[in-house]
Design a protein around this ligand. Structure first.
Ligand code: C5P
Length: 219
């Protein structure tokens, strides 16, 4: 079974998708981490972020690896553990520009489908239900208010020692929502057959339960 979880930035997708995958013994793929990895690499190589030719050429066939670790999946590329680096403010604030490049999307979509082939998988992102896995048995569209999402990111940041004011985070989230939903290629959009879950006032276990209920209905 393929489970697609889409939605805007910081709506809780990856937290929920990880728990769900663990509970169901499914593979978990964080597609946002893949776009972040490409952005990290382009920034590191000082490539122009609007030049898909250069970015794709420099990336080549280098795999973006997800390695199981005691504290969750680690992301590796070009021999480097980039788990923390891809969550930096610099990557976060540039990823929407790189992910809007059609060639980058085509390459990531191809890799995501290869990973999903023949597997029980929970995949989270922006375009999983609409583009990457349009045949997914279960599609969830997770939303939450901008204020709530900024609060969640503020808390995550505090744990990592990052201090960005709440108002700045809210503005960054709103900007990323806008860019992700207005790009030409595979914009963030609820699939017609997706079930929308507003997580603003729900706890993590409540969201997991809501999704399990959707899965059980499909079985
Ligand atoms: O999910 P996360 O916030 O880590 O995603 C980072 C960025 O990657 C998004 O803001 C979006 O620009 C891009 N993305 C995408 N398509 C996906 C997953 C993420 O365009 N399937």
């Amino acid at each position: 079974m393929q489970i697609a979880i889409d939605g805007p930035a910081s709506a809780g997708k990856s937290t929920i998708a990880k728990l769900l995958a663990k509970q169901m013994h499914y593979i978990y793929l964080d597609t946002g981490a893949m776009y972040r990895a490409v952005t990290w690499w382009a920034l590191k190589q000082h490539l122009p972020l609007n030049d898909e030719q250069q970015i794709l050429q420099s990336l080549g066939t280098e795999p973006i690896e997800f390695v199981p670790a005691a504290d969750g999946q680690h992301v590796r590329m070009f021999g480097t553990d980039i788990t923390t680096a891809i969550r930096s403010e610099e990557v976060t604030n540039n990823v929407s520009q790189v992910s809007a490049l059609p060639g980058v999307r085509a390459e990531m979509t191809k890799r995501q489908r290869q990973i999903a082939a023949g597997q029980n998988i929970v995949m989270d992102g922006r375009d999983i239900g609409t583009t990457v896995l349009p045949q997914a048995a279960v599609k969830i569209f997770m939303v939450a208010s901008v204020a709530e999402r900024a609060k969640r990111r503020f808390k995550d940041n505090a744990e990592k020692g990052i201090t960005v004011p709440l108002a700045t985070l809210a503005q960054e989230i709103a900007e990323r929502d806008y860019k992700d939903s207005h790009r030409a290629q595979s914009p963030l959009k609820k699939a017609a057959d997706a079930v929308e879950i507003d997580t603003t006032h729900l706890t993590i276990p409540q969201v997991v339960d809501a999704i399990v209920a959707v899965i059980n209905e499909k079985k």
